[in-house]
Design a protein around this ligand. Structure first.
Ligand code: FE
Length: 198
């Protein structure tokens, strides 16, 4: 048998390597399966954009809360029973105005305030979005379905590991007077990233 055949035969499959790593962890009292299950639960049940939607609806209906939110996002979201991982040291809330559109990106990787606005969509992690939204923001937003007139300024904010952002969208005029619960239902993850209006 040629040499490369031996090499192939001697290389463990991905499954075998995963099993080996899990076995080593279990030998040392670590439980990867428990961790993965816990993480899956957090990602699917706890880190959901409905959290941020509640924050936005509260800010729209409670001016004093909005002031606290804009002053210190991390402290304000705790009023709604929400929390952020310790390494998300700051939550900066960016208020959109009719003439100002704030947009979030992580040019390095994929950081978001995921415990508040949900895990990042695939396109947010894409190199194309990360590179182009900085240089061609108006074009990229238009391609994503948000066609802003030239009179609207666009500000792009680059996330770091320490500082996470969320966009506070403009409340649609037809929703003035709605209850907080009803308002929370219309707020989307994309609007809190700043690539969509409501
Ligand atoms: Fe990142």
């Amino acid at each position: 048998m040629p040499d490369h055949g031996n090499v192939q035969q001697n290389t463990a499959s991905v499954e075998q390597r995963v099993d080996a790593i899990e076995a080593v962890m279990q030998d040392r009292g670590m439980e990867p399966k428990v961790f993965i299950d816990q993480f899956k639960h957090l990602a699917e049940e706890d880190w959901v954009p409905q959290n941020g939607a509640r924050v936005v609806a509260k800010a729209w209906t409670d001016p004093e809360f909005k002031k606290r939110l804009l002053a210190n996002g991390r402290a304000a979201v705790t009023e709604l029973g929400l929390s952020m991982p310790a390494h998300h040291r700051h939550l900066v809330v960016l208020e959109n105005k009719p003439e100002l559109q704030n947009v979030i990106v992580c040019t390095l990787c994929s950081c978001t305030a995921f415990s508040i606005i949900g895990l990042p969509p695939d396109w947010y992690k894409d190199l194309e979005y990360r590179a182009r939204v900085v240089r061609q923001s108006r074009t990229v937003l238009k391609e994503m379905g948000l066609d802003l007139p030239p009179s609207v300024d666009i500000r792009v904010w680059d996330t770091t590991a320490n500082t996470r952002y969320m966009v506070l969208p403009v409340q649609p005029s037809h929703t003035i007077g709605w209850s907080e619960e009803k308002l929370a239902e219309i707020v989307t993850k994309d609007s809190m990233i700043g690539v969509a209006h409501l």
